[in-house]
Design a protein around this ligand. Structure first.
Ligand SMILES: O=C(O)COP(=O)(O)O
Ligand SMILES: [Mg+2]
Length: 251
């Protein structure tokens, strides 16, 4: 069985890096959020929202407006868009029509306008090579995960992925995180949740994971620091620097 030992190198850490060091020390599993953390997907989500509203003869929001509505999964995104356009919550029938049109449009090409954030490929590859177990936990519908990971050539890095409709609960509930830890047989105390939104940080805290935030994604227009993650990074490659300095896998 594979075990992990933590090796502290005799280098002088700056205050920032000693913070990184202690947060990741002894961790074996990193759970990544998808939208706003690994991929900038808002251009495609906004195009699908606009298409769905246009099909219903409703006014269409800007990409900036849609950015602030992302985070609680596709049904809530469509509901927020319809409520904005109608200035009142949609009827169940209208919500269903809007959702179906959104899903068809988005599902046809979920990566057409979507890009990987800088350093993502490098960070995942490095962490994977170091023997870290990587999982993906998104509120995005499960059916879109595999095509997106395949398109960006990230699929092989992940031991498992969980979508917003995969289980009975989604983030900010801790269930998807606890499910992933259980499936990988790694205790929550040795797991880290990395995400861009308050839902990632709340889910991580509730699951007993260490929480790491990225400030460049989608958080309903609020600074992620307000959610008090254990650490805020500017790029995922900072994770790589830290773990390569502080952990070493042994047989
Ligand atoms: O689909 C959403 O609303 C957000 O997805 P995420 O959990 O990957 O950020
Ligand atoms: Mg996100």
């Amino acid at each position: 069985m594979r075990q992990r030992a933590v090796t502290v190198h005799s280098i002088r850490f700056t205050e920032r890096y000693s913070g990184l060091h202690s947060v990741l020390q002894g961790k074996r599993l990193i759970a990544f959020d998808l939208d706003g953390t690994l991929i900038d997907s808002v251009p495609d989500l906004a195009a699908a929202v606009a298409h769905a509203l246009k099909a219903l003869d409703l006014r269409q929001p800007s990409e900036a407006e849609v950015r602030d509505w992302v985070g609680n999964g596709a049904p809530v995104l469509v509901e927020r868009a319809l409520t904005w356009a109608l200035q009142t919550p949609p009827t169940p029938a209208l919500q269903q029509r809007g959702y179906d049109t959104f899903m068809d449009y988005y599902g046809a090409a979920p990566h057409a306008l979507t890009t990987l954030y800088p350093g993502v490929q490098q960070a995942l590859q490095g962490l994977h090579q170091q023997g870290m177990t990587l999982v993906l936990i998104t509120n995005k519908p499960e059916r879109f995960i595999e095509p997106l990971l395949q398109h960006f050539e990230l699929l092989d890095y992940f031991a498992l992925w969980v979508g917003g409709d995969s289980l009975a609960e989604k983030k900010p509930h801790p269930l998807p995180l606890l499910h992933a830890a259980h499936m990988c047989q790694i205790p929550a105390a040795e797991c880290v949740m990395v995400g861009d939104s308050r839902h990632d940080i709340a889910a991580g805290k509730a699951a007993g994971f260490t929480t790491v935030a990225l400030p460049y994604g989608y958080n309903h227009g609020e600074p992620i620091e307000e959610s008090h993650p254990d650490l805020v990074l500017s790029s995922l490659t900072e994770l790589l620097t830290t773990t390569s300095q502080t952990t070493k896998a042994i047989e």
